[in-house]
Design a protein around this ligand. Structure first.
Ligand SMILES: Cc1ncc(COP(=O)(O)O)c(C=O)c1O
Length: 410
């Protein structure tokens, strides 16, 4: 470090170095909410763009730049167009914006302009795998909505078409917000969208968890199946920088959405992130299908390998999952191994295997590292030994992890 740096700065530098080593090279990350960013995207994140402003008051619908409060923006504006155009191609959408700073803010970017205060919305309750943000005390309280439950029943928290249609007919919502943090299987979207549109309700699809799988064409295709607006995080199954994006085919909605992106939910966007997101979208344009397929095949193979070894997972009879997630069966985990999901996750963390404390296991990042379905029995064995059996497998994990120094699909 340069002479004159403080003790605190040296400590900070050491912490960042240690984090990068630990998370980037010494663990297998099976957190369903995370992913690894490609080397090129990382370079863009730390580029000069990180500190810049640009505020084009542009209607992307007309494609015409009307004004900008800043100078020096000739490249940022072009970078945004590369990103938005790539998003429209990858998701086969007519309109897209890459400005939302996160998945949560992408949801707000859709809700604030499209769903007025005092509206009634339907959302899946958090106890049934829904996103906490849509629970009554959070986004609905902030925006003045009444939220009614859209049931997602059974151990895999699946939305049943008949129940959803009856709920929509009974509740007459202004919007149906479809989105789950525990998300294994696609929604019966056509049926939901038909019922919602008959009731004059919008269908807003929160793809935060499955965006990368949708990008690869391997989950469901929300726009073709009737969603009006799709939004989500760009860092869970989508292997990009932390952030959000939003797309739609409906010009009438995008005309309301796009101008509201500035000064309602946020002001400046983060242009380094948008460059990195553009890069990720372009990478997925080349190899998104292979990536998404590998993620899902890994998840199903890992589910089968864990179940063979007596780790209880939900939805076994349906092949465990159609996404990047697997869900531990909490009651059975306790019954068979006297363990809660939190204790299991902490035990595994000490052995360099990361899963979350709420019982989800994700395969997006290990697919990026290059682990294939054939590798899942070995991974399942390490998870069983390091978790329920409480063995010290950390050194073995580290040794194996070193065989995967670079990212695939990048
Ligand atoms: C379904 C869903 N929507 C939105 C979010 C919020 O995403 P972000 O952390 O990108 O704001 C999450 C986060 O976990 C989520 O699971």
């Amino acid at each position: 470090m340069a002479p004159g740096t403080s003790e605190a700065e040296r400590r900070l530098a050491a912490l960042v170095r240690a984090h990068n080593r630990w998370r980037g090279a010494e663990v297998f990350n099976l957190l369903a909410s995370e992913n690894a960013v490609s080397a090129t995207a990382r370079r863009y994140l730390s580029s000069d763009l990180a500190g810049r402003y640009t505020l084009p008051v542009e209607t992307s619908v007309a494609g015409e730049l009307l004004d900008n409060s800043y100078t020096g923006t000739r490249y940022t504006d072009a970078i945004e167009r590369v990103a938005n155009d790539a998003a429209t191609r990858v998701f086969r959408a007519r309109f897209a914006t890459t400005r939302p700073l996160s998945g949560h803010l992408a949801a707000l970017s859709a809700l604030v302009p499209l769903v007025p205060p005092r509206s009634r919305i339907l959302a899946i309750p958090p106890e049934q795998g829904g996103y906490d943000g849509y629970a009554p005390g959070f986004v609905p309280a902030m925006l003045g909505y009444t939220v009614r439950p859209l049931p997602a029943e059974g151990p895999g928290y699946r939305v049943d078409a008949t129940v959803a249609v009856e709920t929509i007919r009974r509740e007459h919502p202004h919007a149906v917000v479809l989105g789950q943090s525990f998300f294994l299987f696609p929604y019966p979207l056509r049926e939901i969208a038909d019922a919602a549109h008959d009731a004059d309700a919008l269908v807003l699809y929160d793809a935060s968890h499955v965006l990368g799988l949708i990008a690869g064409g391997e989950f469901q295709d929300p726009l073709r199946e009737g969603a009006d607006v799709v939004f989500g995080s760009t860092h869970k199954s989508f292997p990009g920088p932390q952030g959000g994006l939003l797309f739609t085919d409906r010009e009438d909605l995008f005309r309301q959405l796009d101008p509201a992106l500035v000064w309602r939910v946020f002001d400046n966007a983060h242009w380094n992130r948008i460059a990195a997101l553009a890069q990720t979208l372009l990478e997925l344009e080349r190899c998104g299908r292979d990536y998404a397929r590998t993620v899902i095949e890994d998840a199903r193979a890992l589910g089968a390998s864990l179940a063979e070894r007596n780790l209880p997972l939900v939805a076994a009879e349906e092949g465990f999952t159609a996404s990047h997630q697997l869900h531990l069966d909490r009651a059975e985990l306790r019954a068979r191994w006297s363990l809660g999901t939190g204790a299991l996750a902490r035990r595994l963390e000490r052995q360099r295997l990361l899963i979350d404390l709420v019982g989800r296991i994700g395969t997006a990042e290990i697919a990026r590292l290059g682990l294939m379905p054939d590798d899942m029995p070995r991974l399942a064995e390490l998870l069983m030994r390091g978790g329920p059996r409480g063995e010290r497998v950390g050194p073995e994990v580290l040794h194996w992890r070193r065989e995967f120094p670079t990212l695939r699909f990048a």
